[in-house]
Each structure stands twice: as structure tokens, then as C-alpha cells.
Design a protein around this ligand. Structure first.
Ligand code: NAD
Ligand code: UGA
Length: 458
């Protein structure tokens, strides 16, 4: 079969896999290949057990795999055969050298650029899909064009805005697609090629084009704004607990102002995930690099409040459980950083589990999708820690339950049964405000929500 276009994606992760599956699903006229240096990951993409859990993903992968969607480890062949290359490799926070703990680690990105230059035999459009510091496209262009091998490279920025757990919905019906390009005739031509791909299913008025630096920066800023809303509401949750106000009522009252909007105002144990913290740190680092101290400090505050919120949660547990957690069994409901994903990267549950173990508590973790990742995250951490698929078994003999992830299944459990099996007095710390606190209190639990006064029997 001949295809109209051949598209390659380098990096078969949480972004590369679902994004390319969606392009293949919506555009049967294109051949889409996803490559990765990790052979295990590629083997999983080619199996019945995909490497990531995402509602709706299985269906679209199974519909297109082997037809116009291919997963492979042959990066070189992939580069040679395609016209468009999406680069979706990981860009974690650097943990060594200058900028350690702040700047983005661009080594995977840099290696990819060099490999593209070495393998390419025909002109390519290179699309930055990874989240990158502003001005990375310039560095990429320099790496790609430092040797004249007769090949032309046009670099575009096309950041991804999908959220895990809703990736397929977000890809199918995005609020917007952002494409940044240079304003040269070649840049505009490359941009229009990418616009045409998305226009197969995204309405034109939702495809935004901009200059390339605005596009790179908008991705960092979008994540910073989202995280800022969570830190804002979480900071007020601390005040509500002191002032006998209810954070959900406050969020509702504030969010019904259409200028503010009601989304992303759920007070919680704190935000997790692989990107919010890393992207804000990256933004802060850039501001410091450009000597914008006040701007850097402002955004750093978003992370400080997030850390404060997690620590506050632990101190509340310690205080409520009579200032000692030693030898008490504590069950964590959820380990994923949010519901509907098995991803545990930067999950607040990692922090909570570690702190509980430091207090010598016995920790039991239950999660419908993230137990395997939880075991990897906690590997080698000293202390009494166990994993249990069945939430009822997990609670048996526990002094407290701490809700870490807003999985719907946790709200639907039989809490009378759970209460009977727990050590007394029994506590619930609802880090997501998903349970019926009044009902639990009436059953006998001592209940500590986020941003509302505790309900205790003492
Ligand atoms: P990931 O770690 O899940 O996947 C990255 C993949 O790239 C890995 O499988 C890795 O093996 C592969 N890789 C690294 N170097 C390679 C190379 N030289 N050649 C081939 N493969 C290589 O990461 P992710 O979560 O998919 O994130 C990718 C980028 O997208 C990051 O910049 C992230 O900030 C951004 N992003 C992520 C999300 C999300 O929800 N996870 C959403 C929007 C944007
Ligand atoms: C986030 C953004 O929402 C995406 O637009 C972006 O593409 C992505 O980061 C990225 O760049 O990686 P994601 O981290 O997958 O997506 O999930 P979110 O739904 O944003 O949740 C992030 C964290 O905030 C979770 O821990 C979640 O539980 C928490 N959260 C979210 C709250 O505590 N309260 C809220 O009201 C919303």
C-alpha cells in the first residue's frame, strides 16, 4: 500500500504513543511509525499489554497497528523513510552539574538531533513535541545544519497539551493545537504541512499558529498557570481548616465567576505528575538565567506551596494519631498521581509513603493500576511496606486510611465493613475530598478532609 505521507515519532512514551496512535487513527492515508531505543517498551507496544494505561488507547492502537501504525526500534530506518519527524523524547529535570535540580536535561534531545542529522538522506520537517526551554529550536537547527549534507531541515514547535487519564479525549477533541514556526517562506511551508495533518480532524479555528519562541514558551506557561491554580486553592485550604470554612464551597463561589472559571480548583494533597514541577523549575531556571529574579521567585512559590501542602498532610496525620505513627498500620488508597492512570511519576503518594516510613509506620498500598510502579518507586526504601490489590484486605488492622488518588472505586467501597476491620480509633485522611465525610464520621471514623475542619469523636 502506498501512503500519502510518512510520519515518524522518536520516543514511544506517554506522549509519543497516544499522539501517534491518534494521527494514525484519524489519517489512514498516512503511515505512522513510532521508534524508541528501549526495546522492552516497543515490544509492549506491539503486544496486547500496552506499556501505559490510558482509557480508549487499546482500541485505537489495535485498530491501526500493522495497518498504518508501526512500533519499531529501528530509529535509523525510520529517519530515512519519513518526511516528518516528531521528537517526543523525555526532558526530565537535570540532576547533575550546572542547573542541577532546576534546568531541563536536554541530553536525549541533543542525541536525537545528532542521530537525525547523521541518518537523514532527504529533507525533513522536525517537530518538537517534547516540552523544552524557549530557544531550543535554535539549538536544534544548529545541530542539524552544522554539516552540509545537502539535506534541508525545518524545525517546528508543536507542544502537547494532553493530560494523562484523558489523553485520548484530549487528542481527539483538543482545546487547541499550537504550531510555532519561523516566519520565513520555508518555515511557513513546513507549518502549513503540519496544519494539514491536524486539520484532518481538528477544526481550523482551534489550530493556532505563532512564532516559534512563543510556542515553546506557551507550553511552559500553560503548565505553570494550571499548577498555580492548584497551589492557589491549596494555600486557601490551609486557611479554611483554621477558619472553619469549607474549601469546596469557597472554590465553587470563586469559580462561578466566569472570569475565573471552575476547573482546576480541586484542593488536594498536592499536584504530582512528571511535568508540572519539572516545567515550573525549568521556567524558574530560565527567568534566573535572564536575571529576572522577581519573576523566578513568583513562580517558585507555586512549588513551595505544593511541598508545604504535602508536609502539612503528614503533620496533620501525626498530630491526629497522638503524635506517634510508629508501628501503626496505615493504608494508602491510591499511588498514581491522579485517577485513570498507572503513572506514579512525582506522585504525592511517594512523598507521603516515605515520610510515613520515616515515622516508622507500617505502610500498605492499594491502587487499581499503579501497584507495579509503586513497587519500583519504593524499592530499596527501608521500612515495613506492603502492596495489596484488594482495598478491603489492605485496610485490615489499619489505624488510618489516607486517600492519595481520586479513583472512583474508593468512593464506592463498603466503609461499614472497612470500619469493622480497622484498629480503633479509626481515622480517614481524605487527600482528595472524594469521600462522604459526614457519613464516615457517623460510622465512627475520625475524618480529616482537605480544607475543612476535621470531624472527630474526641
Ligand atoms: P516518556 O519518558 O514516557 O517517553 C520518552 C521516551 O523517549 C522513552 O521511552 C525513551 O526511551 C525515549 N527516548 C529517549 N531518548 C531516545 C532516543 N535518543 N531515541 C529514541 N527514543 C528515545 O516521556 P513522556 O511522558 O512521553 O514525555 C515526553 C515529553 O513530552 C516530555 O518533554 C514531557 O515534558 C512532554 N509532555 C508529557 C506529557 C505527559 O502527559 N506525560 C504531556 C505533555 C507533554
Ligand atoms: C498536565 C496538564 O494538565 C496537561 O495539559 C499537560 O499537557 C501535561 O501536564 C504535561 O505537560 O505533562 P497531567 O499532569 O497529566 O497534565 O494531569 P493533570 O490533570 O494536569 O493533573 C496534574 C496533577 O494536579 C495531578 O496530581 C492532579 O491530581 C492534580 N490536580 C489537578 C489537583 O490537585 N487539583 C485539580 O483541580 C486538578
Amino acid at each position: 500500500m502506498t501512503f500519502e505521507k510518512s510520519i515518524l515519532c522518536i520516543g514511544a512514551g506517554y506522549v509519543g504513543g497516544p499522539t501517534m496512535a491518534m494521527i494514525a487513527f484519524k489519517c489512514p492515508q498516512y503511515k505512522v511509525t513510532v521508534v524508541d531505543i528501549n526495546p522492552d517498551r516497543i515490544a509492549q507496544w506491539n503486544s496486547d499489554d500496552l506499556p501505559i494505561y490510558e482509557p480508549g488507547l487499546d482500541e485505537i492502537v489495535k485498530a491501526r497497528r500493522g495497518v498504518n501504525l508501526f512500533f519499531s526500534t529501528d530509529v535509523e530506518k525510520g529517519i530515512q523513510e519519513c518526511e516528518i519527524i516528531f521528537v517526543s523524547v523525555n526532558t526530565p529535570t537535570k540532576n547533575f552539574g550546572a542547573g542541577a535540580g532546576m534546568a531541563a536535561d536536554l541530553q536525549y534531545w541533543d542525541k536525537t538531533a545528532r542521530q537525525i542529522r547523521e541518518c537523514a538522506r532527504s529533507d525533513k520537517i522536525i517537530v518538537e513535541k517534547s516540552t523544552l526551554p524557549v530557544k531550543t529550536a535554535q539549538a536544534m537547527k544548529r545541530i542539524l545544519t552544522c554539516e552540509d549534507n545537502g539535506v534541508r531541515f525545518d524545525v517546528l514547535s508543536n507542544p502537547e497539551f494532553l493530560a494523562e487519564g484523558t489523553a485520548i479525549r484530549d487528542l481527539e477533541d483538543p482545546d487547541r493545537v499550537l504550531i510555532g514556526s519561523t516566519q520565513t517562506p520555508n518555515g511557513i511551508r513546513a507549518r502549513d504541512t503540519l496544519v494539514e495533518i491536524y486539520a484532518n480532524w481538528v477544526p481550523r479555528d482551534r489550530i493556532i499558529t505563532s512564532n516559534i519562541w512563543s510556542s515553546e514558551l506557551s507550553k511552559l506557561v500553560a503548565n505553570a498557570f494550571l499548577a498555580q491554580r492548584i497551589s492557589s486553592i491549596n494555600s486557601i485550604s490551609a486557611l479554611c481548616e483554621k477558619a472553619d470554612a469549607d474549601i469546596q464551597e469557597v472554590a465553587h463561589a470563586v469559580g462561578t465567576d466566569s472570569r475565573v472559571g471552575n476547573r482546576f480548583l480541586n484542593a488536594s494533597i498536592g499536584f504530582g505528575g512528571s511535568c508540572f514541577k519539572k516545567d515550573i523549575l525549568n521556567l524558574v531556571y530560565l527567568c534566573r538565567y535572564y536575571d529576572l529574579k522577581e519573576v523566578a521567585d513568583y513562580w517558585e512559590g507555586v512549588i513551595r506551596i505544593n511541598d508545604y501542602q504535602k508536609e502539612r498532610f503528614i503533620l496533620k496525620m501525626l498530630d491526629a494519631l497522638f503524635n506517634t505513627l510508629a508501628d501503626k498500620k496505615i493504608c494508602l488508597f491510591g499511588f498514581a498521581f491522579k485517577a485513570d492512570t498507572g503513572d506514579t511519576r512525582e506522585s504525592p503518594a511517594i512523598f507521603v509513603a516515605n515520610r510515613l516510613l520515616e515515622e516508622r509506620a507500617r505502610v500498605v498500598i492499594t491502587d487499581p493500576k499503579a501497584l507495579e510502579n509503586a513497587m519500583m518507586d519504593m524499592e530499596g526504601v527501608p521500612g515495613d511496606i506492603s502492596y495489596e490489590e484488594d482495598p478491603y484486605a489492605a485496610c485490615d488492622g489499619c489505624s488510618a486510611i489516607a486517600v492519595m488518588t481520586e479513583w472512583r472505586v474508593f468512593a464506592a467501597l463498603d466503609y461499614e465493613r472497612i470500619y469493622r476491620s480497622m484498629a480503633k480509633p479509626a481515622f480517614v485522611f481524605d487527600g482528595r475530598n472524594i469521600l462522604d465525610h459526614q457519613r464516615l464520621f457517623e460510622m465512627g471514623f475520625n475524618v480529616f478532609p482537605i480544607g475543612k475542619p476535621g470531624l472527630t469523636h474526641f
